[in-house]
Design a protein around this ligand. Structure first.
Ligand SMILES: NC(=O)c1ccc[n+]([C@@H]2O[C@H](COP(=O)([O-])OP(=O)(O)OC[C@H]3O[C@@H](n4cnc5c(N)ncnc54)[C@H](O)[C@@H]3O)[C@@H](O)[C@H]2O)c1
Length: 389
């Protein structure tokens, strides 16, 4: 009877508690419950996708499950996969083309949007031709192999009056977003240091790496984008050390391990610790530290609530996510939805062209620093600087 005096009135007599904003999966359910997408202005967008490999399969899966999309074309050169792909995703009405036949997509007025997930060296041509055909474009990072060519793509988008969205998927991750929001709310004060650990898993194939454009533009762009997107400023200098521990990576004149430091105009110091291969899973961590405290995002585990204790080995929890497809599953879904909102004119892109160009400029500076062993200074014109968001 000791606790009887604490007994409360029935929960039915009180207002129903609201779900916490942190439960982002419940938010998706609420949108479904409210039939949020089923508005009168909702239009189905006709889409073509280029490249059904590691990234393209994620986008294909999101497109076929999205009620706002109708997939018209798949362009990919591995014809041996077409029948299986058709069956797996029930793509009976979809036209399959090889890259040699891709003009059919650019000239088909029914196609409103093109998703580009083919190898990086093919992006520029597909982007330019799609924009010339008046299609909105969703392009995997990096948009082009050089900053100059990326700029050309954005100029083509401006001329066509169509959006060119760059798929920096990590911006759509709920945990990374929460860190940014807390930093932007001033919870840690002026950020003294920001640290990113970014280790890929599994190691990409040598065939992929050979045509990837190198670790700085293929991989580190994600981390540079994350750092600058959180901080809202660009570094005035970078100093980078990089090495190839894997002989096959050295043989293709690339590196697999990078440590970069950056100094920002406000005094913040940034650190990026990058590897092509972590044997324990996809290691993605962020930390912002300031005078008022620290906020960090640790690794996520798919079945995190299971704990085992065997013998005297102490408590054990399951491994972290294996790779980007699982760790950022929801982020890929959100970024596709954001793109569809842009195409429908519901919002502007939150990945601005000048931010993409800045990331490319910083990646080039990092590459130069690692090659020369010298610190590289960066100068920024006013129009290059990020907007305060
Ligand atoms: N944002 C991310 O998390 C993420 C992850 C992986 C890859 N990527 C990017 O996605 C792109 C593809 O990488 P991937 O790992 O999926 O490569 P991949 O090698 O797994 O797949 C590429 C696919 O494109 C097809 N292809 C080749 N040339 C083509 C062309 N001209 N037109 C149409 N299809 C063509 C190939 O047949 C293959 O199926 C790269 O630009 C990469 O940087 C982004």
């Amino acid at each position: 009877m000791a606790t009887l005096k604490f007994k409360e009135a029935s929960p039915y007599t009180k207002p129903r508690p609201q779900p916490p904003p942190e439960d982002y999966l419940y938010k998706l359910h609420e949108d479904d419950l409210a039939f949020k997408n089923n508005t009168a202005d909702n239009v189905v967008i006709n889409i073509a996708i280029f490249g059904i490999g590691r990234a393209g399969t994620i986008h294909l899966s999101n497109i076929v499950r999205n009620p706002r999309c109708k997939l018209l074309y798949i362009v990919d050169d591995i014809e041996a996969n077409w029948a299986k792909m058709k069956k797996h995703f029930s793509l009976n009405d979809v036209i399959f083309l090889s890259s040699k036949q891709s003009d059919k997509v650019f000239s088909d007025p029914k196609v409103q949007a093109v998703v580009v997930a083919s190898p990086t060296y093919t992006h520029e041509e597909i982007v330019i031709k799609s924009l010339a055909g008046k299609k909105a474009v969703f392009c995997e990072k990096p948009v082009a192999e050089t900053r100059e060519n990326t700029k050309k793509c954005f100029e083509a988008a401006k001329k066509a009056g169509k959006p060119l969205f760059t798929a920096f998927n990590r911006r759509f991750d709920p945990s990374f977003n929460a860190l940014r929001q807390r930093v932007r709310n001033g919870e840690v004060g002026h950020v003294h240091t920001m640290k990113i650990i970014s280790r890929d898993s599994p190691m990409p194939s040598i065939d992929y790496l050979r045509i990837s454009g190198g670790i700085f533009h293929d991989c580190m762009v994600h981390d540079i984008d994350m750092m600058t997107w959180v901080l809202g400023e660009y570094p005035s200098s970078v100093a980078v050390q990089a090495t190839a521990n894997v002989p096959e990576i050295k043989a293709i004149n690339d590196v697999d391990t990078v440590v970069a430091t950056m100094k920002f105009p406000s005094g913040t110091l940034g650190m990026i610790n990058l590897s092509r291969n972590a044997c324990y899973g996809y290691d993605m961590r962020l930390e912002a530290f300031g005078p008022k405290g620290m906020v960090r995002v640790e690794n996520e585990q798919p079945t995190h609530s299971v704990e085992t204790m065997y013998g005297y080995r102490g408590p054990n929890t399951p491994p972290i996510y294996y790779s980007f497809a699982s760790r950022f599953k929801l982020a890929y879904q959100y970024e596709m939805d954001h793109f569809l909102d842009i195409v429908l004119g519901k919002c502007e892109t939150n990945v601005k062209p000048k931010e993409i160009l800045a990331v490319s400029k910083i990646a080039t500076a990092c590459e130069e620093s690692s090659r020369t062993g010298k610190m590289v200074e960066l100068n920024w014109a006013n129009e290059e600087l990020p907007e305060i968001q």
